[in-house]
Design a protein around this ligand. Structure first.
Ligand SMILES: [Zn+2]
Ligand SMILES: [Zn+2]
Length: 259
């Protein structure tokens, strides 16, 4: 099966993605997508960081650039403008404002602190995984988000599936069901290939099989997100197929997310 929409696409404004906005659109058309959503990393008024997210004063240009492409390619593909954002309760109003500026917002909790400090990828402790889960549950309750990106992102660089990982999967799945929020199977993780775990097995960091096996015990709604940081990521069929294949025996419920 192949999902005909992708709502997880970055632009060069975040400082760690490449290509022009139009190149992403052309790649998406070539890849056969019917819907392409841009969801670049949201700006923080107080914490500019050109390697992580767009600057606050780039927001208007971002929105108008995507809207111009929406119009230009309307006969070939449906385009939407959104943002990917962390959630911190102290910035709720700022997030509400950003949400009001775009068509949708997806939820990716990358950092423990809003100043983009203490990232949740790169071999994190069980205490940090627990903190991640608390933040994710709070964010899911905010009602701001269309779906939860890479819920298993904390597995990035992990080589053991600990008790905290196990609890994370259960708690996130329960909250996703309770708030009726779809959860994302993230292709960027699959692009990195399988890694050797301490028990000798080879697994993706994300989508991590052990994590999704637990998630699949709940009636969750799943969505696939390319998390494109370069136009050619949209054409990477190998990673896409590998992710589907990895989870194919879990009987996951893939849904169409409408913006
Ligand atoms: Zn990124
Ligand atoms: Zn992300």
């Amino acid at each position: 099966m192949k999902q005909l929409f992708n709502l997880h696409t970055h632009t060069s404004r975040c400082g760690h993605a490449s290509g022009s906005d139009e190149e992403y659109v052309l790649a998406a058309i070539k890849a056969g997508y019917k819907v392409l959503g841009f969801s670049d990393h949201c700006p923080y008024m107080e914490y500019p960081n050109k390697r992580v997210h767009m600057d606050w004063d780039e927001l208007e240009d971002y929105i108008s650039s995507i809207n111009a492409l929406k119009e230009k390619y309307k006969d070939q593909i449906e385009i939407h403008v959104g943002l990917e954002s962390e959630y911190f309760p102290q910035f709720h109003e700022e997030k509400e404002y950003l949400r009001s500026k775009v068509e949708y917002m997806i939820f990716g909790q990358h950092f423990l602190l809003p100043e983009c400090k203490h990232s949740y990828f790169g071999n994190v402790s069980d205490a940090e995984i627990n903190a991640y889960v608390d933040q994710v549950l709070t964010g899911l309750d905010s009602g701001l988000f269309t779906y939860l990106c890479h819920p298993d992102v904390f597995m990035n660089s992990q080589t053991v599936f600990t008790e905290a990982c196990y609890n994370a999967a259960h708690k996130i799945a329960q909250k996703a069901v309770e708030t009726d929020t779809p959860v994302e199977i993230n292709i960027r993780g699959a692009q990195k290939g399988k890694k050797e775990f301490r028990d000798g097995s080879f697994q993706f960091w994300y989508p991590n099989k052990q994590f999704w096996k637990i998630m699949a015990e709940y009636p969750i709604k799943c969505v696939v997100g390319v998390d494109a940081h370069a136009p050619e990521d949209l054409l990477d069929k190998e990673a896409l197929e590998a992710a589907y294949e990895e989870l194919s025996d879990l009987n996951l419920n893939y849904v169409k997310v409408i913006v």
